[in-house]
Design a protein around this ligand. Structure first.
Ligand code: URA
Length: 270
C-alpha cells in the first residue's frame, strides 16, 4: 500500500515539474557513478560478516597519473593556436571543463571577426546550446535590436559588423552562473580569441564577463565607462537578459550604446 502511494506521489511530482517547464534532470555538478560504485563495493567488503573470507587481492599500486592543472593545460592549448579555426578545434578537444559533458555542443562565435566590435557574453543558454551560436534566444534578439540602433549588424562583415562570443563555450546546467574555476580554465581561450579576432573595442556584457575580463563585478557601477581589457578598450554594459527583466534600465543601456558609437566614430579601424 505504502509503495503504491509512493509511486503515485512520485509520478504526480514529475508531472508537476514537467508542467512547470523543467527540461533537464541534472545536478549542479556531474556525479561520477564509477567512483560511487567503487565506494559501494568497498563498503560491502568492509561490512562482510566476520569469518567470511573475502578473496585477498594484493593491492596494485595506483597508476602514476600526474594531476593535470586545467588552467595550465588550457593556456598551452590556446597558445598553440594561430588562427580562429585552430582555436575552435582546440576548445572542442579540451576535456577538463566538466560543463562540456552536460552541453549539446560547443558555442564558439557568431558574426565576422573583421568587425571592429567584439561582444563578450557570459555563457550559452538553452537556445544557444541547441543552435551552436551565441545570443540567439530572447536576449540575443534584444542584442540584435540594440546593435541595429547604432548601425551594427552581426550578419555584416567589416566596420558595421559585430563579432560575438562568450566567456564559457558550454551551457551550464539549468543556466546557473559559471563558477570561478570554470571561468579561470576557459580564460586562456578567451584571451587568445580576443588576440586572434583583434577587435578595436570589446563590449563586456554583464557581471560574469566583467569578472572574467576585469577581475571585478558591479555592473551598475562599471557600465558606461571605458576601461582596458585584454590590452584594448573595453566597455561594460548591462546584459540584454538583465534588460529583459528590468526594462527601466534600457535608458542607461541606450546611453552606453551612444558612448560606443561615439568611440567608433572618433577612431578609425587600426
Ligand atoms: N547570454 C549570454 O551571455 N550568452 C549567450 O550566448 C546567450 C545568452
Amino acid at each position: 500500500m505504502e509503495e503504491h502511494w509512493d509511486s503515485h506521489a512520485a509520478l504526480a511530482a514529475l508531472a508537476w515539474q514537467l508542467e512547470a517547464g523543467v527540461t533537464d534532470a541534472v545536478c549542479d555538478d556531474p556525479v561520477d557513478r564509477f567512483a560511487a560504485a567503487e565506494e559501494a563495493a568497498k563498503a560491502a567488503e568492509a561490512a562482510a560478516p566476520t569469518g567470511v573470507q573475502m578473496p585477498q587481492k594484493k593491492a596494485a599500486p595506483p597508476p602514476k597519473i600526474a594531476e593535470k592543472d586545467p588552467v595550465v593545460e588550457a593556456q598551452e592549448a590556446a597558445n598553440a593556436c594561430h588562427d580562429l579555426v585552430s582555436l575552435r578545434s582546440a576548445m572542442e578537444r579540451f576535456d577538463l571543463c566538466h560543463l562540456k559533458r552536460g552541453a549539446k555542443q560547443l558555442v564558439f562565435c557568431d558574426g565576422h571577426p573583421s568587425a571592429r566590435v567584439m561582444i563578450l557574453g557570459e555563457a550559452p543558454g538553452r537556445d544557444e546550446d541547441r543552435e551552436g551560436r551565441p545570443f540567439v534566444g530572447r536576449a540575443g534578439q534584444l542584442l540584435d535590436r540594440m546593435l541595429a540602433a547604432i548601425g551594427l549588424d552581426r550578419q555584416v562583415e567589416g566596420a558595421d559588423g559585430c563579432y560575438i562570443t562568450n566567456v564559457l563555450p558550454w551551457r551550464p546546467p539549468q543556466n546557473r552562473d559559471p563558477n570561478t574555476q570554470e571561468i579561470a580554465m576557459m580564460m586562456p581561450f578567451v584571451q587568445r580569441h580576443v588576440q586572434l579576432a583583434a577587435p578595436d573595442v570589446i563590449v563586456l556584457m554583464g557581471n560574469i564577463s566583467c569578472q572574467a575580463a576585469l577581475g571585478k563585478r558591479g555592473i551598475t557601477r562599471l557600465r558606461g565607462q571605458f576601461t582596458q581589457a585584454f590590452d584594448r578598450p573595453a566597455l561594460p554594459m548591462f546584459h540584454p537578459a538583465f534588460l529583459l527583466r528590468n526594462p527601466a534600465a534600457k535608458r542607461e543601456a541606450w546611453t552606453d550604446l551612444l558612448t560606443l558609437r561615439a568611440h567608433l566614430n572618433e577612431r578609425a579601424k587600426s
